[in-house]
Write a protein that binds this ligand. Structure first.
Ligand SMILES: [Zn+2]
Length: 197
């Protein structure tokens, strides 16, 4: 149907999340038709990012600078540290625009099933950051999954002697959510996490 270079491009695109072979083919055809407006700028951008991307040596975030833009920003509160599983979670929190502290990216969760232990995650570097003494509060924002909870407990144990305040994201009723539609687990968690008004 097409030459080997184009077929290779389609195969690579098909490996992106959310794209199958069919949609990859459509995306590539679109790129070929928009060579100057899209294909060439995309190629240049991919090369530029590809040559400069790395994990921040302080927090584990992926960025083109080291330290990353968040660690390098002097306006961000360095006494507040939010611990997340991955960069996707960091991006989600940044999209909310509600957090002005710094982050620590664990790079996954503890999982006995997958053989992932503390040594496979950025836990020691977290303990090291807290030990420097400037952090006042560590917010553990791991996912509300079994692995996420296990990881949160482990980190809490490790930080217990540091004297830092440890908090956890609340679980409960989503904004705009109706009680009748919530699953029992979410409703139970919301009830447990109730607070005085
Ligand atoms: Zn960073």
């Amino acid at each position: 149907m097409a030459g080997p270079e184009i077929e290779r491009l389609i195969q690579l695109m098909a490996r992106l999340p959310g794209l199958g072979p069919r949609s990859a083919r459509r995306a590539v055809l679109h790129l070929l038709k928009k060579k100057d407006a899209l294909l060439m700028p995309l190629a240049a951008s991919l090369r530029e990012v590809g040559e400069s991307i790395h994990a921040c040596s302080t927090c584990g975030n992926l960025d083109t600078g080291n330290p990353c833009a968040i660690c390098a920003d002097p306006r961000r509160d360095e006494t507040l540290l939010c611990v997340v599983e991955g960069v996707a979670d960091l991006w989600a929190l940044e999209r909310s625009g509600m957090f002005r502290g710094r982050y620590h990216v664990l790079g996954g969760t503890l999982s006995a099933l997958d053989g992932i232990g503390p040594g496979d995650l950025n836990v020691d570097s977290l303990i090291g950051r807290v030990a420097q003494g400037r952090i006042r509060e560590v917010i553990i924002a791991t996912n509300a999954t079994v692995e996420g909870q296990t990881t949160a407990h482990y980190i809490t144990d490790r930080l217990q002697s540091s004297g830092v305040t440890i908090t956890r994201l609340a679980h409960g009723v989503p904004v705009g959510g109706e009680l009748d539609y919530l699953d029992d687990g979410t409703l139970g968690a919301a009830l447990k996490a109730r607070r005085p008004l």
